[in-house]
Design a protein around this ligand. Sequence first.
Ligand code: FES
Ligand code: FE2
Length: 421
Amino acid sequence: MDMPATGGGFADLVQDDRVHTALYKDPAIFDEEMDRIFKNTWVWVGHVSEVPQKGSFKKSWVGQQPVIVTRTKDDEIHVLLNRCRHRAATVCEKMKGKTSVFVCPYHGWSYGLDGKLRAVPHSSVYGEDLDKSQFPLVSLRTEQYNGMIFATFKDDIEPLEDFLGGAKKWIDLFMKQGAGYPVKVLGEHQFRFGGNWKIQLENTTDAYHFPIVHKTFLDSLDAETENVFDVLGQGGWVEDLGNGHSLMVMIPDLVDLEENLDAPIPERFAELAQELRDEGYEDLEVRRIVRAVGGGGFNLNLFPNVACSMAFFRVLRPVSVDETEIRHVAIGMDGGPEAGNRMRMRLHEHFQGPMGFGSPDDAEGWERVQRGAASGDDLWIMVNRGKEPLVDHPAGEAVTDVSAETGMRAAYQMWKRMMSA
Ligand code: FES
Ligand SMILES: [Fe+2]
């Protein structure tokens, strides 16, 4: 067995086909990651539907930094550091809401939705010593792509669209699950697991674990649906999309939800289809909604913190070297039939919910990885599966087997680039 490198820089800890266990458990590496990665790239902070009106806000994070995403009365989206400029108290502790001002609860400094410091109680005591224009909430650079809002601490970073690159096409395909309606966030829940954030990052394009870890989920399905979720057996693939992003197509037939609209309606959605017909929806629209109801047939992993995972967003937040918060954000149709969104929620709960048949099993696997890695430095984490491209695959020359560890290698090469920059 190869022994891990010692004494070298971070770059030595990531090789082409393996990574060192220190990446999961060294607090010094974690601190560097928060600086070199989370303060140096575009980080997902929300979806436009979460700040739908002028005055809407939501709380979010960029790495370990608390931020507030706001929509001003000029309809602009801002991302503000959630830290009072007086003595650093967080000015907003509500997850979401509407307001015209954030008043710091400690001494009452108040800030507009654009971050400007508006008023300071008993300001005369400052005399000339307080120029309010010098103390706004710190504003992060922010850009959007197809409804997804990203922010960054790095002012001279490349435009978001360049950073997303090859992932943009897949974000566009993902948003087709609105079935002609805009996509909107329906709700979310959070949980934490006792492990490093990169263990979750690895999971989103890991099809290898699916039939094993998710046997309980597969056993809970009818035979027709179980076939749909035979993710290793349908000619899918994994692809490195550049900049640490990766794609895993598990159900090729469901890549483009606007195609194959004349396919037979699956038995489990027959009742929904009938309900929509009874509500007066035309046949084509019924087919469109039903086909999109379970989401797209792929997971898109966007480095470093968000996944467009079949029918929901999975967002990670590093809490400490061995603790990670996950948010599962359910999405649906904005303005579409209630019955469609209800079905989407039930499917979401079935796998991703806190009592679901999927996610709790994933979390168990992740915690075991952390426990194993924590107990020794002598063995590396292997990500060498499926390095050879598939020959003559319709998706192109660069794709690898659906169960390949290509996505992990892509993420770790990006990690290495950023950590050694
Ligand atoms: S800490 Fe916010 S007003 Fe004092
Ligand atoms: Fe899983």
